[in-house]
Design a protein. Sequence first.
Length: 434
Amino acid sequence: MNHKIAVIGLGYVGLPLARLFATQFPVVGFDINTKRVAELNAGHDDTLEVSDELLQSALVKENPFVIAGEANSSQTVGLYCSDQLEDIADANIYIITVPTPVDKNNRPVLTPLVKASETVGKVLKKGDIVIYESTVYPGATEEDCIPVVEKVSGMKYNVDFFAGYSPERINPGDKEHTVEKILKVTSGSTPEIGKTVNELYAAVITAGTHLAPTIKVAEAAKVIENSQRDINIAFVNELAKIFNLMDIDTHAVLEAAGTKWNFLPFKPGLVGGHCIGVDPYYLAQKAQEYGYHPEIILAGRRLNDSMGEYVASQVIKTMIKNDIKVHCSEVLMLGITFKENCPDVRNTKIVDVIKALEDYGIKVTVHDPWANPAEVLIEYGIKCKTEVPVQKFDGVVLGVAHDNFMTLNLENLKKENAVVYDVKSILKQSDNKL
């Protein structure tokens, strides 16, 4: 396979994929973030998805598409990162891995996808294949993205160029289920292109591939994966609210129920991040365009989105029981990333807890050794300390189960009668837990 691959977007999804493809093919990773590109070419990934060792072993100093000024015919493998459009002009496979967020009203934002499609359209050539990995609603690739490529390139879909869709399944911070170890769903705009796309991924995905019959099927499969998890977590979150009222240990209940062979092992918690807390809105949006109101999906979203305020209310109740004056009290929030042992702060629901506590007049100090303080400040307007504070607090909330927090001496952080609230229900000693 004489493929020359350009990966558009070098974030949590794009970089691991580009690094993996670079073991078998010449790859140019493209990103509009000049600082990010410079950092990667220096051999470091601040998302920590790709180790410095792996990244440095994949990097090449010059564009692998071209050797000594001549078109590459000998398949020199390796990864070169660039923010220059001309560096991806010689690719014949374009893989788009940009974010697909929602706005403040939870409506899908396709702007990054549209911009990436315009970028590819500027350099597209006859016979090229454009593959999308970003999570979208069924139909987005062919109804929203491909027309942009056609308009900018002046070429006709499935005549001059082709498309594929292979949904990303990256789990940020997971060093066990890395990209090559997760079975990959693939699809193409024609049966022949589907086979080509499938063979392309099969060359590097050791877990295997599954060729879906159409692009829409692959898009739908992706969006329901996380919707299913969201609904299941919403169910156990509701159980937690019910059992807390009944003074029953939710986790003890789940452990007992889990002894049945077909009981699904979900736990209550805050549902953030770029996938589970976002993807259901993409499916709901498309369903509503067809005149159907998705009751279960949106009910699950409402319940999970309410958990930040619920956690804050439980912290307040515990403080009152301990005879702590709530107004002007000081609380330490341990963690602000959306999950443990990961620097990703996108759509973190810890922010909801912080804002709800501040509404009660509480001063919240945030400590997270994984998060980038500058990123947290820009994204949320919250100051974050990477070092353990030296003062004592009226309350300590374990929001994220970073390994670093398991060795903290909480007694050194607590005032007299201070409360400890365990969102993750993993501490041996706590006054309350979710």
